[in-house]
Design a protein around this ligand. Structure first.
Ligand SMILES: [Fe+2]
Length: 207
């Protein structure tokens, strides 16, 4: 076993847990309860096959900004960044989402089948979205929490208007709620969590 990577993965889960424990928003308690049920012991540790994506060109800037919010979390992300398997949803193509979208989007699991611990119908991960992007209305049966670690992202739920969410805010999407995200001149790094019903992928409203 790669002891350093295991320790760093635990440190990352711990930093997310501490950060969310300091917040009161909708869904946070559900995430923390489900997180506490996940096995992050040595026997459950797995090494993802590392994979990068073009959007990672924005990651150093995002980690630098995360330092201003939560230095422990920023350091914990930096410590595992080369070990993460960055992925994209199979149905998300530039043809569907617009030229350049796939070069500016990606997510990685921390807990999940492709993360450091498989999890039990539970996903915890990181999302990146490049500047000037619109991740349009989509939905899924998994209740979802987003925790933007950078500033200047805009969020819509249930087809309503977009609200700017501060760095460190939490955003809750109940099961099947329509939601969308926009970035302006800053890239977005966010932690995210699916608390259950993880087998069904997200579906775009109009795809
Ligand atoms: Fe979602």
């Amino acid at each position: 076993m790669n002891q350093d990577l295991y320790d760093n993965a635990r440190r990352l889960v711990g930093a997310v847990t501490r950060g969310l424990s300091a917040r009161q928003g909708e869904g946070v308690a559900e995430v923390l309860e489900r997180l506490s049920e996940q096995d992050i012991g040595e026997a459950a540790f797995q090494e993802p096959a590392p994979k990068g994506l073009p959007v990672l060109v924005c990651l150093p800037q995002c980690i630098g900004e995360t330092m201003l919010l939560d230095p422990d979390l920023a350091a914990a992300i930096a410590a595992v960044e080369d070990a993460l398997q960055w992925r994209q949803s199979a149905s998300y193509t530039d043809h569907v989402l617009g030229a350049g979208f796939t070069a500016n989007y990606g997510w990685a699991e921390i807990i999940g089948p492709h993360g450091f611990f498989a999890g039990s119908d539970f996903l915890l991960g990181l999302l990146m979205l490049g500047p000037e992007r619109h991740y349009p209305d989509h939905y899924h049966p998994a209740p979802e929490l987003y925790w933007p670690l950078t500033s200047g992202s805009f969020w819509s739920r249930d087809g309503k208007s977009f609200d700017m969410k501060a760095q460190g805010a939490t955003i809750w999407h109940p099961a099947m709620a329509l939601h969308a995200t926009i970035t302006n001149d800053m890239p977005l790094l966010a932690a995210w969590c699916w608390t259950s019903a993880t087998a069904t992928p997200a579906k775009l409203k109009w795809a």
